[in-house]
Design a protein around this ligand. Structure first.
Ligand code: RAM
Length: 965
């Protein structure tokens, strides 16, 4: 075996710290944060191979200090002997941060080499943080909403949606302490911050300029307990009273305007009847805003949403529904509505009633998760004219966002309609899977007088759609851009603004597409909260889906913050239901006749343990576990057990969703799959107990850990008693049953385990490598086959055969059918191109995409040996007919990479494997070579390492077992 170790490419560039940041934020400069002792993390660049940090120096400055002038306003400096470079604690000697406090920090580090060779990095670029309003007492603003008379008028029935409301307030900026210096106020403003939120969704403007770039702010939380607010730097937005912009010597008016729509707060959610599907969190939208202008001398002027100067009117968005879309009448636009121009006066602005402060029971939170943003623009690839004569644009990708239309020239009052769907059926827009979600936007043109030149451009603000196809109606009537439709219509992809965490590719293009489909399904369903699907009348935080997908999600995107925020909502919901998480979080099924009563359901409820565990594995942040610990314990305690007999297993008379949507489940009974639903529940119960026991031990809760271990042991033996034959068969002779039992370690004896492994391999081969698992089994099936392979019998290659199978049901069947996202069912589209008749037929559900984890962890072989990736394992499963695999993952320490290529062997060798392993600084990797290699494993430090070994790769393809064996 040859092994070479290379230094990083930029050998002669100076070693330095890169990417200093606070907490889990993906950017170095954060405004409006909540942590009062924010931890710091950094990575390294240009350090020599094998770099391990010996110690670090940290400096924290008051933000008014210019960092190039150290020594001034330094709050703290410390030198710490430590190898920790991730989530380094806030200096113990510093007090907690207080509201509105802005600080900079910078760090430098030394490595663990002998003294004379010590590498010392220069000071890092500073990272900055500014806290938001941490105490409720900081808030002077109160909730304002439209007058009650509007409600009476619009709300003839609870089901009538409201259009957008425009709020507006005028104010002068005058430094109170020095009225004589009014004209100098502009120069004297040091900073201005807008703290703002809504019960609903909002977009703010100051003096006619949009503030921030968030989409659907403040985002969706469990509004009964937690409401997010945003903090924006609006310093450059405010007119002071300097002579340059004063009017007749008086300070120029400032105007704040805020558009507010129903959003998740009171818009329609879920499939329930219209009369009960709206107003889940309140009757009407409301706004809460506080604008603070701070002058150089520290004086502060505050403009709040209680001020009597606020007015409200109706905006041009007549319908702003998440499911149904927007209706926008450009004729109703109020020019200058958020500026001081006189046009605004033309509208009927009404006084705004003050609703009072936000109840204390609702926490105001900031800086918890990255916002939703407009991430990418995608253009249509094809214009289709359907048999019925409709015009449809194909974007070539099933995605989530909205459609923007440009350069529209049409008469006043002309309407353009955009209908969205994920698929075509019989050559026409396939809207049936959308159920009761219209997914339609309508734009009414202002008219040619105002659309000279570039024409009219429009995009919705308060809705999103899941689609690949848009049917455009009305565009070909009087419209110049008709011939140019492909360049006048585009999609804006929106989701939570997470940093991509890696990539995967291999020699099989179909697998590459599958991986891309998983990524797109994650993007489409990580819009503020993790949802099941983005298109039909659900888009809800179904707990089971993310319980199964979270480990995969963390490999694709850095979603720690987003999911951590959602887990806080989960805990808040649990607290209302004696520790039981509702099936969807936030819970909007309270009025559902069936799901209204929150009852414990396995897998879905297990999210309370499995999701925080996945975040901990990805980030190494034990605080996440500490924070969720009570939620975990509460869930474990709430699981109802049998009263007699198997008293450590699930009470067997309860509703279970089982291995949801396993391919053998009939279209109208997704829970009716092959595997006994109670067996699934009990297998997860043991896994949950094991995991919680591990968490307890990590948190030094030894009594809990002991108790949980005992419970798990009792549950294990009762599981074996109930479901397992002495030889090792399970009563549900299914892929899922064996997969769960193998991965969760449910066999009392090695002989039983061996037998079960063989049986699983047999079942998959006997099934001609067609998948037999639903939501619960899918994340584990390939892993179980791999573990089975460790005892011989070729399980790894059977895993590959399952993964690479193209016959229905399989992952690649959908790819062959043209899928660009993961489908809810393996056969959401049937082979004849018709849509599966089942109610649950979405084309964008990430749950079955959980198999991507196997592609990283086994095909590429990248795995964290220690939570947070400080210790890594690279152990690729070479085979499956693949000739190359490459995966990169951005861990808290930096880039981890595994790449392998199979080449023709030299001389008498069969084949030669070339591996490239990338290990980030301050981390190590254990490289495991394929069985039979000269060296079994090797531990390497940071750097890029190349290996070349002779290998004997198993024959491919693997044969199925036919009818006659
Ligand atoms: C469906 C959802 C989701 C699943 C539940 C049980 O309606 O789409 O994926 O978790 O049912």
């Amino acid at each position: 075996m040859e092994a070479t170790s290379q230094q990083q490419q930029q050998r002669h560039e100076q070693p330095c710290i890169a990417g200093l940041r606070f907490e889990h934020y993906s950017v170095a400069h954060q405004l409006g944060t909540q942590a009062v002792r924010p931890r710091l993390s950094w990575k390294f660049a240009n350090v020599p191979a094998g770099f391990v940090q010996l110690g670090y120096e940290l400096e924290v400055y008051d933000s008014t200090t210019i960092i190039t002038d150290p020594g001034q306003k330094i709050l703290h400096r410390e030198v710490v002997e430590s190898d920790q470079s991730v989530l380094v604690p806030w200096p113990a000697k510093l007090p907690d941060l207080v509201s509105r406090q802005a600080v900079f920090a910078r760090s430098r580090a030394a490595d663990a080499e002998a003294a004379q060779n010590t590498i010392r990095t220069p000071w890092s670029e500073p990272a900055s943080i500014e806290t938001g309003l941490l105490d409720r007492g900081d808030w002077q603003g109160q909730l304002i909403s439209s007058p009650p008379s509007w409600g009476d008028e619009c709300q003839s029935a609870a089901e009538t949606p409201r259009g957008e409301e425009l709020y507006r307030a005028e104010f002068d900026v005058v430094q109170p302490a020095t009225p004589a210096a009014v004209e100098e106020a502009q120069r004297q403003i040091r900073s201005a911050r807008l703290y703002i939120t809504a019960q609903g969704v909002y977009e703010a403007e100051i003096n006619g300029r949009r503030v921030g770039d968030e989409f659907l702010a403040p985002g969706w939380t469990e509004y009964r307990s937690r409401l997010r607010y945003q903090c924006y730097d609006v310093t450059g937005y405010i007119h002071g009273g300097s002579s340059s912009n004063s009017v007749g010597g008086r300070p120029r008016k400032n105007v704040i305007g805020v558009r507010v729509a129903e959003g998740w707060f009171c818009g329609r959610l879920s499939w329930l009847d219209d009369s009960i599907a709206r107003n889940h969190f309140g009757e009407r939208p409301a706004l809460l805003a506080q604008l603070e202008v701070t002058f150089v001398d520290g004086a502060r002027q505050v403009v709040v949403s209680t001020d009597s100067s606020w007015r409200v009117t109706r905006g041009p968005t007549l319908l702003a529904e998440l499911y149904d879309g927007e209706k926008y009448d450009a004729r109703l636009e109020i020019e200058g509505w958020s500026g001081a121009e006189k046009h605004a006066a033309a509208a009927q602005w009404e006084p705004v009633p003050v609703r009072g402060p936000l109840p204390d029971t609702v926490a105001l939170i900031t800086g918890e998760a990255a916002p939703v943003r407009r991430i990418e623009v995608v253009r249509p690839v094809q214009r289709i004219t359907t048999l019925s004569g409709k015009t449809i644009l194909d974007f070539g990708q099933n995605l989530v966002g909205y459609t923007r239309i440009k350069r529209v020239r049409a008469r006043r009052g002309h309407k353009i309609t955009l209908s969205h769907a994920e698929v075509l059926e019989k050559g026409e827009l396939g809207t049936r899977p959308l159920r009761k979600a219209a997914n339609r936007d309508e734009y009414t043109c202002k008219g040619s007088d105002s659309s000279a030149g570039e024409g009219e451009t429009w995009e919705p603000r308060f809705t999103f759609h899941g689609y690949r196809y848009v049917q455009v109606e009305g565009n070909n009537d009087n419209n110049d851009n008709n011939g140019d439709l492909l360049s006048c219509v585009e999609t804006v992809v929106c989701h939570t603004d997470m940093a991509p965490a890696g990539s995967f590719s291999c020699s099989d293009e179909l697998l590459n597409r599958l991986h891309a489909n998983v990524t797109w399904s994650m993007r489409g369903n990580f819009l503020s909260i993790p949802t099941d699907c983005p298109q039909r009348d659900e888009r809800l935080g179904w707990t089971g889906d993310i319980a199964m997908f979270a480990p995969t999600a963390t490999l694709l995107y850095n979603c720690t913050d987003m999911l951590r925020g959602w887990l806080r909502d989960l805990a808040a919901e649990q607290a209302k239901h004696a520790g039981v998480p509702p099936l969807v979080v936030p819970n909007v099924l309270t009025r559902d006749p069936f799901f209204g009563r929150v009852t414990p359901v396995a897998v879905w409820g297990d999210v309370a343990v499995l999701a925080p565990w996945a975040l901990y594995q990805a980030s190494g942040d034990v605080e996440i576990l500490r924070e969720q610990y009570q939620s975990m314990l509460d869930w474990v305690a709430a699981i109802p057990r049998n009263k007699t007999g198997n008293t450590h297993l699930w009470k067997s008379s309860l509703l279970q969703l089982g291995d949801w949507l396993d391919p053998s489940a009939p279209p109208d009974n997704p829970a009716g799959g092959k595997t006994d639903a109670i067996l699934v529940a009990d297998a997860f119960l043991i896994h949950t107990l094991d995991t919680t026991a591990e968490v307890a031990a990590l948190l030094h809760q030894n009594t809990d850990a002991e108790r949980l271990r005992r419970e798990a042991a009792s549950a294990r033996s009762q599981f074996a008693h109930e479901y397992l034959t002495p030889a090792g068969r399970l009563v549900s002779d299914s892929q899922t049953a064996y997969a769960l039992a193998i991965v969760f370690g449910l066999f009392p004896s090695p002989a039983q385990r061996r037998h079960a492994c063989d049986r699983l391999v047999y079942l998959v081969r006997r099934n001609a490598f067609k998948i037999g698992t639903g939501f619960a089994g899918t994340p584990y099936i390939c892993e179980a086959l791999t573990l089975a392979g460790h005892q011989g019998g070729g399980g790894e290659d059977v895993a590959y055969a399952l993964l690479r199978n193209e016959e229905c049901p399989s992952w690649l069947y959908s790819v062959k059918m043209g899928a660009t996202t993961i489908w809810e069912r393996y056969d959401s589209m049937l082979a004849d191109g018709s849509v599966n008749p089942g109610e649950m037929t979405s084309f964008n559900h990430y749950a079955l995409g959980a198999v991507a984890r196997w592609m990283w962890e086994r095909a590429a072989g990248l795995k964290a040996l220690e939570a947070g990736w400080r210790r890594i394992q690279v152990a690729p499963v070479v085979g499956g007919g693949l000739t190359r695999v490459k995966a990169v993952h951005y861990t808290p320490y930096g880039k981890v990479g595994s790449q392998w290529v199979l080449e023709e062997g030299e001389e008498d060798e069969e084949e030669r494997l070339r591996m490239t392993v990338t290990v980030p600084p301050n981390a190590t990797a254990e490289v495991v070579f394929p069985a039979g290699s000269e060296t079994e494993k090797l531990v390497v430090g940071s750097g890029v390492h190349e290996f070349s070994v002779a290998v004997k790769v198993p024959a491919w393809p693997v044969k199925p077992i036919g009818l006659f064996g």
